[in-house]
Design a protein around this ligand. Structure first.
Ligand code: NDP
Length: 240
């Protein structure tokens, strides 16, 4: 049996595509999201589905420990769960900033802390944190989202420094715009329209969640002693 892979945010978009990608080559999975019905719909073999908010560390850890009892220690965690609530700093509800920082930053740190000590002890394991091109570039109306994704880049760098002596890999992936449910949670229709105008004007749309998922499997399946530290993956037509 292959080792356990934990994927957060597996109920749609990248996480869903990653679940299918890793399942098709036989990895046992723990899939995490709040909409458990979407996880169950996938109907994948050797898969445990857990209704967990990644910001709730106790619930997150309980789900991981219970999957580990069945499938052995986690060898890969993909901290993918995230929310993007675009808004103008001048007017956006600060609750939306807090939601993004709780899920996109604290959720990632929770996932790392839950698995990293066992990985260090056995000098084996991989953590993939999903940041964004908004984790290195500035885009209008992205302030709090960008703060969270720059945060993921920063915390991944520090974690890599701390874990590389133990042969544990910390990889950050920075996708560009891909059509998923992500934009749909932004509350301003004007900002959503503006985003879609940019999508039309640039012609991005070739890249799919499946491309991101295949890439995640590729970086993971490199030998443990080899790391692709950072990966930018965007539509060819997206220049930044
Ligand atoms: P989706 O909105 O399609 O998927 C987001 C996933 O995160 C869902 O499965 C959602 O599940 C889950 N999620 C959200 N909040 C929580 C929470 N509190 N606890 C557990 N799960 C949660 O978006 P994408 O697939 O596009 O996004 C995946 C990641 O990729 C995110 O981190 C996003 O920021 C990043 N990204 C996306 C880009 C894009 O253009 N699509 C570009 C760059 C980065 P549920 O609601 O059921 O809990």
């Amino acid at each position: 049996m292959k080792p356990l892979v934990v994927i957060t945010g597996a109920s749609s978009g990248f996480g869903r595509a990653m679940a299918i990608e890793f399942n098709k080559v036989g990895y046992p999975l723990l899939l995490i999201a709040r909409r458990i019905e979407k996880l169950l719909e996938l109907n994948l073999e050797n898969t445990i589905c857990a209704k967990v908010d990644v910001a709730d560390k106790a619930a997150f850890e309980a789900a991981v420990r219970s999957a580990e009892e069945k499938y052995g220690l986690t060898d890969l965690i993909i901290n993918n769960a995230g929310v993007m609530l675009l808004g103008d700093i001048a007017t956006q509800d600060p609750e939306e900033w807090k939601t993004m920082l709780d899920v996109n930053v604290i959720g990632v740190m929770n996932g790392m802390q839950i698995v990293m000590n066992d990985m260090k002890a056995r000098e084996h394991g991989t953590i993939i944190n999903i940041s964004s091109v908004a984790g290195v570039n500035a885009y209008g109306n992205h302030a709090a989202y960008s703060a969270s994704k720059f945060g993921v880049c920063g915390l991944s760098e520090v974690a890599r420094m701390e874990l590389s002596p133990y042969n544990v890999r910390v990889i950050r992936m920075l996708p560009g715009a891909v059509a998923t449910e992500l934009l749909g949670h932004t509350t301003s229709d004007a900002i959503k329209d503006n985003y879609m105008d940019w999508v039309k004007a640039t012609g991005v749309g070739s890249i799919k969640a499946e491309d991101v998922a295949r890439t995640a499997r590729f970086v993971y399946e490199m030998p443990q002693g080899v790391i692709i530290k950072e990966l930018h993956i965007t539509d060819t037509k997206q220049d930044r």
